[in-house]
Design a protein around this ligand. Structure first.
Ligand code: HEM
Length: 279
């Protein structure tokens, strides 16, 4: 390999490293089925990462989803004993008065098992009254699934109040998990596999309204706790390759946690690139 090709190799490697570095921080591109390239924003990427494993992308709720979720929810809310409740009542250590109180209890226990750090948030609240509030929102969501504006207003109001309480995006996914698990446990065989899928679809729809707002709030909150280091501390790199194209890379601003004074974590760098000459 001659000197020129080594130079161009170095140059290409530099570009490659630079591209992968930029890509990992700010955005990446994906190709849709129609061949269109869509550049994902930081918010879209962060929101995607917050979705749970059962999340159904771009879900459109159909009549079957509405009827299966509403029927199973009514079985629970009507308060009558379900088959698993009757079976468990024969156990001497089973102390629940109704299927509903059993549901609230195991729902929160399951939720706390999935997200243990949330338990202290509920120490001063009655789980049954808390469960009733949550159930109220879910009942209303099921009734108004087709009234998107009304549903959005209600959920976004709830999100705003929850952001202030420190409820993180990841907790909402765990809550859906706990919800479906508790429904299945309390309702038993009447909770069919189709019904479970409909619950995942409906809850995914709620998450598609809730999570972008929560993630936006989390990104803003992180940004507010960071500060820009002035341009005078900038770093630059300049390279002219064998065909006379000059590339300048300038680390122009660095975003750091407010209290940080020394190290410049690579992940938080913002870079400007200037390419001179013919492409
Ligand atoms: C679809 C999901 C959710 C719905 C529909 C919902 C609904 C509600 C409602 C209606 C209230 C009472 C009014 C209020 O304070 O805003 C409430 C309170 C609360 N929620 Fe949620 N919630 C959801 C998810 C969560 C999650 C994931 C957490 C995680 C920790 C959480 C924690 C709390 C807490 C700590 C309170 C306040 C309890 C109190 O101090 O009285 N919620 N929720």
């Amino acid at each position: 390999m001659n000197i020129k090709s080594i130079e161009s190799l170095n140059h290409n490697m530099f570009i490659l490293r630079f591209k992968s570095f930029m890509g990992s921080i700010f955005s990446y591109t994906s190709n849709s089925a129609s061949g269109e390239t869509h550049k994902k924003t930081k918010l879209e990427i962060a929101t995607r990462l917050a979705y749970p494993a059962y999340y159904v992308d771009n879900v459109v709720i159909n009549n079957l989803d509405v009827s299966l979720t509403t029927n199973s929810w009514n079985i629970l809310m009507n308060g009558g004993p379900t088959a698993p409740f009757i079976k468990n009542s024969q156990r001497h250590d089973f102390n629940y008065a109704t299927s509903l109180s059993w549901f609230f209890d195991i729902f929160y226990e399951r939720f706390f098992a999935l997200c243990p750090e949330t338990r202290p948030m509920f120490t001063h609240v009655s789980i049954v009254s808390q469960g009733k509030l949550l159930a109220g929102v879910i009942s209303s969501a099921l009734t108004h699934l087709s009234d998107t504006d009304r549903l959005k207003t209600r959920l976004l109001g709830m999100v705003k109040a929850h952001n202030g309480k420190g409820v993180k995006s990841s907790y909402y996914g765990c809550m859906g998990d706990a919800l479906v698990w508790a429904l299945e446990t309390v309702i038993g065989d009447e909770f069919s596999i189709e019904c479970k899928l409909s619950w995942h679809r409906v809850y995914s729809y709620l998450l598609s309204i809730i999570l972008p707002e929560v993630v936006k709030y989390e990104i803003e909150k992180t940004r507010r706790s960071m500060t820009w280091v002035s341009k005078s501390r900038s770093n630059s790199y300049s390279h002219t390759n064998s065909v006379g194209r000059r590339i300048e890379v300038e680390l122009d601003r660095v975003l750091l946690p407010k209290h940080t004074t020394k190290s410049l974590p690579r992940k938080t760098m913002s870079v400007t690139v200037l390419v001179h000459g013919n492409s």
